[in-house]
Design a protein around this ligand. Structure first.
Ligand code: SF4
Length: 383
């Protein structure tokens, strides 16, 4: 590395393979055999090394390997990927690897921790077998229990658990039981996801008659589940530091904080986005197209958008409002050279008068009661 000053950046790496597709999934992912996976990792590692060769002067602060299900990769591919990460990110403080609690992935856990992974994000989703089965998950609640226990035995000290509210057939009571069980395992971090029916999901394509039998909780039901999660988890010692994320003190996810505070990041893999030098990049989303372009060692970027300072500031407001601490008004005004009241004053004051935003001279934050309607507020601010 040169003696010039380095800039901090984070890396997101997408592994677009899963054993099967969950009913609600919209991520770029598909099943793939070992040969395809190895071919992908070879192309991906070339791409990662190439990017850092062409963009010297960056120090990587955090790495997040997500998916898909990165833990479906075989040991050799995992080691190859983590070797590459070590090469470009020798000083990364946080290296997260997403895993699903599938019995076949248990043997990968030592490989991960021995090769630098220091944070696991486990796709538990629910501790209710019926809910897991209807959602198309391939693990059951015992798999999840065994998995978390095994992680602890191996020495993982920073574990995040994903939970979904709004699953078919889920009730406030069953979600409460899932929360109670999650709390017993004492993960350092919990991410909450509300299920939404997106047009690209299998769920949205079900025949109407079948869809109606699924007994999906409605918006009010989901809101009650979110409130229940918030109160139970805060009582158990977690801080709600972002709308959907809670952590024990000191275990907030550094990688996601980079997104929320408008830091720079580079993404690799289908659909991955980057934010570098004030521009947003997106790579090809279709997994097969991505593989074909990658095989030819061509550029996988399919979209570049240079953000105006007004647009960048509006996005920074929306991302920052996700954080419990809200946004530093002056910080954003100085960084983007815009006055927030000129930019989005109308929307801000509208939601302040509705009691959904708290605005002071230095700070703007979402009111607690606004968390569940935040998407509407964000859409209004960003338009
Ligand atoms: S495990 Fe995650 S990425 Fe894979 S199909 Fe299910 S929801 Fe989608």
């Amino acid at each position: 590395m040169t003696t010039q000053q380095t800039r901090s950046i984070s890396i997101y790496i997408h592994v677009p393979f899963c054993r099967a597709r969950c009913i609600y999934c919209t991520f770029p992912t598909r099943p793939a055999g070992p040969a395809t996976q190895t071919r992908y990792i070879e192309g991906l590692t070339r791409e990662i090394l190439g990017w850092f060769e062409s963009n010297p002067g960056y120090t990587v602060r955090t790495v997040y390997v997500g998916g898909g299900t990165p833990s479906t990769l075989n040991h050799g591919d995992i080691e190859h990927l983590l070797d590459t990460i070590r090469e470009v990110a020798p000083d990364a403080g946080e290296i997260t690897f997403e895993v699903n609690p599938h019995a076949d992935d248990l043997p990968k856990l030592p490989t991960l921790i021995n090769n630098g992974v220091n944070r696991l994000s486990i796709g538990v989703q629910s501790f209710n077998d019926e809910e897991l089965s209807v959602a198309g998950r391939l693990h059951d609640s015992d798999d999840a229990r065994n998995f978390i226990n095994e992680c602890r035995k191996l020495g993982y000290r920073n574990i995040s658990v994903d939970l979904i509210h709004g699953l078919p057939g889920q009730t406030l009571k069953s979600f409460g039981q899932t929360l109670d069980e999650a709390i017993k395992f004492s993960p350092e971090h919990i991410s909450l996801y509300g299920l939404s029916v997106e047009s690209e999901s299998r769920l949205a394509r079900l025949p109407e008659r079948q869809f109606r039998t699924l007994d999906l909780p409605d918006g009010d039901g989901q809101a009650s589940m979110y409130e229940l999660a918030r109160s139970k988890l805060i009582e158990a010692g977690y801080n709600l530091y972002e709308i959907s994320n809670l952590a024990k003190p000191g275990f907030e996810c550094d990688h996601n904080l980079v997104y929320w505070v408008g830091g720079e990041y580079v993404g690799f893999g289908p659909g991955a986005t980057s934010y570098v030098n004030g521009a947003r990049y997106r790579r090809i989303s279709n997994v097969d197209q991505y593989l074909a372009v990658q095989d030819q060692s061509k550029n996988t970027i399919e979209f570049i958008e240079s953000l105006s300072s007004r647009r960048a500031a509006a996005e920074a407001i929306v991302m920052g409002l996700r954080l419990a601490g809200g946004i530093d008004r002056k910080g954003i005004e100085t960084r983007y050279g815009v006055k927030l009241t000129d930019l989005v004053g109308e929307a801000l004051y509208k939601y302040e008068s509705l009691g959904l935003l708290e605005i002071s001279e230095d700070n703007i934050r979402l009111a607690d009661k606004a968390y569940f309607v935040s998407n509407t507020i964000f859409r209004d601010i960003i338009q």
